[in-house]
Design a protein around this ligand. Structure first.
Ligand code: ADP
Length: 396
């Protein structure tokens, strides 16, 4: 049984060619680049080698040159099989290096097998690379080699730019879709929330205490969904979030009060006390963004603090910055997790059985918002002792 060595850095190409050749009764060895191919062939010489051109570590041209200069490998027929931006001078260059055949993809399987059989039937190859060491030929080789490779790389860069443009277009489509879907979800949810509040307030007719509680539960859950949707919108389209920013001089205390109001019910149900401390602060910022940031921090603080615990929100000024500190007496965050929790979708406990909910987006958004306000977010925490997040904002 004849054996063939195939060389390609793309596993799917190797796989296809391997399947075709094995189907025709050949034994097949594979290698991912020229260097691996040389090692494999020196360990067990094949009857023929088929190689791609552009590969990392050692490309097909260099492999061909080395192959032809190795006395034990030189008689083995050498075939290029490539589609990467093939031009006439690539073929000339390859044949000049001593290749027996230059095949261009894609090829009909039968035609390809016929070519391979033809080369194998010819017996040992008599083709050789010009002798190594001959200064003239070395120099000519290097010049041509550079030209051919640079040309190929230019084509490859152009190809990658095209692929990049396509990806950007797809990314925009994805964002538009996400924005539309989330807006479509938000509108009906606001209606549901409005009705839950109306019924719960007793303004649309007398209600029992049980119904009042059920309305509160409905409102809380709708709020949670709305909060998740806001985070998704922010993540999906930061550029449009940037465009709709409205920076004004605002009272930070007011923003904190709204955020506290949003978590008060959930904290009350859990038996977590929420305290407010510190001095009044006015600064320039985007009200919605700051509300989202403080809400995300507070929501986490309540979420990760067991009943009986305390969450303290305080404000202060330091070294020309305004600070919002959200401290809790909750479960804390291990030192090795403290960087990672700011990554999108990262959660310390991501098991589906965890009860705290969330998507792992909140802190990444807090960080982005802090940066948009000329600041940053800092964390001090120890497992079992609680966490303190400090939102540092430019006071200007
Ligand atoms: P989410 O809260 O939706 O999971 P976040 O990005 O807001 O996403 O937080 C990421 C992770 O960081 C959380 O899942 C949790 O593991 C951890 N974390 C955040 N805040 C706290 C906190 N106050 N106490 C303990 N762990 C926290």
């Amino acid at each position: 049984m004849k054996s063939i060595l195939i060389v390609d850095d793309k596993t799917e190409n190797l796989y296809l060619l391997q399947a075709l050749l094995q189907g025709k009764g050949y034994r097949v060895q594979t290698a991912a680049n020229g260097e691996e191919a040389l090692a494999a062939a020196r360990a067990e010489a094949p009857d023929l080698v088929i190689t791609d051109i552009l590969m990392p570590v050692m490309d097909g041209f260099t492999l061909c040159r080395e192959w032809r200069q190795d006395a034990s490998l030189a008689p083995i027929p050498f075939v290029f099989y490539t589609a990467t931006y093939t031009e006439k001078h690539d073929e000339e260059f390859a044949l000049g290096l001593g290749a027996d055949l230059f095949l261009v993809k894609p090829m009909e399987p039968d035609a390809m097998i016929a070519e391979i059989e033809r080369i194998l039937a010819r017996g040992p190859s008599s083709r050789r690379t010009p002798a190594a060491g001959a200064a003239q030929s070395d120099e000519a080789y290097l010049r041509q080699y550079n030209e051919v490779l640079v040309h190929k790389l230019e084509d490859k860069v152009a190809d990658m730019e095209r692929a990049n443009a396509e990806l950007r277009a797809l990314d925009m489509m994805k964002n538009t879709l996400l924005m539309n879907v989330t807006h479509e979800l938000r509108t009906p949810l606001l209606v549901v929330k409005g009705y839950a509040e109306l019924i719960g307030s007793g303004r649309s007719g007398p209600i029992t205490e049980t119904i009042s509680h059920q309305c509160v539960a409905m409102r809380n859950n709708v709020d949670r969904l709305l909060h998740t949707i806001s985070n998704l919108i922010f993540l999906a389209d930061p550029a449009s979030a940037e465009k709709t920013r409205s920076v004004e001089t605002l009272d930070l205390g007011e923003v904190l009060e709204i955020a506290i109001e949003c978590v008060r019910m959930k904290a009350g149900e859990k038996g977590v006390e929420v305290r407010r401390e510190g001095e009044p602060i006015t600064l320039k910022g985007d009200r919605n963004e700051l509300l989202t940031a403080v809400f995300n921090l507070l929501d986490n603080a309540v979420k990760f603090t067991p009943g009986g615990g305390i969450v303290t929100v305080s404000t202060g000024r330091e070294a020309g910055t305004a600070r919002v500190v959200v401290a809790d007496t909750g479960i804390g965050i291990a030192a090795e997790e403290q960087q990672r929790i700011f990554e999108n979708f990262y959660q310390v406990d991501s098991s589906t059985t965890r009860r705290s909910g969330g998507l792992g987006l909140g802190l990444g958004i807090v960080r982005t918002i802090a940066e948009r306000h000329g600041g940053r977010i800092e964390l001090a925490s120890a497992t079992g002792k609680g966490s303190t997040f400090t939102l540092i904002l430019s006071a200007g």
